[in-house]
Design a protein around this ligand. Structure first.
Ligand code: A3P
Length: 288
């Protein structure tokens, strides 16, 4: 029998049942500030990795202590709601998975968008959804069950392709930096330089100091982020994958059947028609 994750439906927009409804509704009313930096992603596309890189860039590359939570410094807008964000000192760094048309906007605020190929995204999202039992009640769900929700866009934070394409259309905006998880995996140094040049001010400091730059790279490595995972996530049951899981490009090959691969590729090509998106992952994600 097919199982579906449990979601709240807010006027057609699905959210995990574990998130308070007030967080989502008040998030939509947050007034973006000129100094705000928004880290925007579709879930499982490299949010936490980028979030930690931003934190390390602000803290001379020094790691977050195991007893601290990254979300306390860079909170998730639609999880905590507007009031918590309003209390943060400026300039604020704010995480969101909201689609373009729901994300609070200010022409002087900056938006970093991280995209990841849909094949690895669906696999990562499946493990996430089954592992956060209280958020989704999907511990017994299979990959096949989840794949059907993903490909139909009947999933929390909306349809993957709507999210990607809408943000992609703004990638040349002056206040948007569009990067990919795969490019971070391939050349993190180059991406950190891009981020620093985009954010300017204190973020540029790390570029002039090799020691700080190296600390950022080392402390945000997969190996280091796999340690002390409570810094990014609540504890998971023993039998579920950890939040920082494989961190690879191409894990989809271990999960998708050839029929699922074909269906997702057809959907991808159909939804990105008329954009340059078809070229961005062909080499890196190896999903030709
Ligand atoms: P996998 O499930 O494929 O391993 P998000 O933070 O948006 O939820 O994304 C989670 C994905 O990013 C997970 O992918 C996780 O393992 C990966 N990830 C987290 N930290 C990483 C790092 N330092 N390097 C590479 N991948 C990382």
């Amino acid at each position: 029998m097919t199982k579906k994750p449990s979601y709240y439906n807010h006027n057609g927009f699905l959210m995990p049942i574990g998130f308070p409804i007030e967080g989502f509704t008040s998030a939509l009313k947050y007034q973006a500030q000129p100094s705000d930096i928004f880290l925007v992603t579709y879930p499982k596309c490299g949010t936490t990795w980028t979030q930690y890189i931003l934190w390390l860039m602000q803290h001379q590359g020094e790691p977050l202590s195991p007893s601290e939570k990254l979300e306390d410094y860079i909170p998730h807008l639609e999880e905590v709601g507007k009031d918590k964000i309003d209390k943060l000192p400026k300039p604020r760094v704010i995480k969101t998975h909201l689609p373009y048309d729901l994300t609070p906007y200010h022409p002087q605020a900056k938006y970093i968008y991280v995209a990841r190929n849909p094949f690895d995204c669906v696999v990562s999202f499946y493990h996430h959804t089954r592992g956060f039992i209280k958020h989704y009640d999907f511990a017994e769900g299979t990959f096949d069950d989840f794949f059907e929700c993903f490909i139909k866009g009947e999933i929390d934070f909306g349809d993957y392709f709507d999210h990607l394409v809408a943000w992609y259309h703004h990638k040349e905006d002056e206040n948007v930096l569009f990067i990919t998880y795969e490019s971070m995996k391939n050349d993190l140094k180059a991406i950190i330089i891009k981020i620093a040049n985009f954010l300017e001010s204190d973020y540029l400091k790390c570029l002039n100091n090799e020691e700080i730059f190296n600390k950022i790279i080392i402390n945000s490595s997969l190996e280091n982020m796999k340690k002390d995972q409570q810094r990014w996530s609540s504890k998971r049951p023993e039998n579920m994958p950890q939040f920082v899981r494989k961190g690879e490009i191409g894990d989809w090959k271990n999960h998708l059947s050839s029929e699922q691969k074909q269906r997702l590729m057809e959907k991808f090509m159909m939804r990105i028609a008329g954009t340059e998106l078809k070229n961005i992952w062909l080499d890196q994600a190896n999903f030709r």
